[in-house]
Design a protein around this ligand. Structure first.
Ligand code: ZN
Length: 165
């Protein structure tokens, strides 16, 4: 049982040469690579009472669907979980509601409905019907701090695929 973790370290593998830097980006719970998110965004995402703990570093967002960790900073050894952020992270397993546009609070369901029930076929139609991407402040409202355009497009594609089934 002892030293079990040592065997899992990629440093022991001859295939890995840059393991030090790679390790810095891995979620300590699921061990997967996260996506870099700016400090500004993280401060807006975590619960108000936890904001002071955020510090000044940028964070990584764990992209694993099943993992309960959201933002983490491996340098300062800080993890925030799903309960410690203000909004459901859309790609996490039990996210409810599943927002595609956080600024206008438009859900994936609304986008799919626009495609299936209102005949929307593209981004322009969907934005008109759902009101998504109005008054965009994605840096503050989107968990990745990025424009939600691609997430909406993915939802449209999902809707179109359902329609063609
Ligand atoms: Zn994780």
């Amino acid at each position: 049982m002892e030293k079990e973790t040592a065997n899992k370290c990629c440093c022991g593998s001859s295939m890995q040469s840059s393991c030090q830097t790679q390790n810095n980006n891995l979620c300590s719970v699921c061990g997967k690579q996260g996506t870099l998110v700016k400090n500004f965004t993280v401060k807006h995402m975590v619960l108000d009472e936890l904001m002071e703990q955020v510090g000044d570093n940028d964070y990584f967002l764990c992209m694993d669907e099943e993992c309960s960790i959201t933002y983490y900073d491996t340098q300062a050894n800080i993890n925030f979980n799903k309960q410690q952020v203000k909004v459901p992270i859309w790609f996490k397993a039990d996210a409810n509601p599943k927002y595609v546009c956080y600024c206008s609070k438009v859900t994936e369901e609304q986008v799919i409905d626009a495609v299936l029930k209102d005949g929307a076929e593209n981004m322009e139609d969907v934005l008109k019907i759902t009101g998504a991407m109005k008054n965009s402040q994605c840096q503050k409202n989107n968990p990745l701090g990025k424009c939600c355009h691609q997430i909406i497009q993915d939802a449209i594609d999902k809707g179109l695929a359902m329609k063609n089934d």
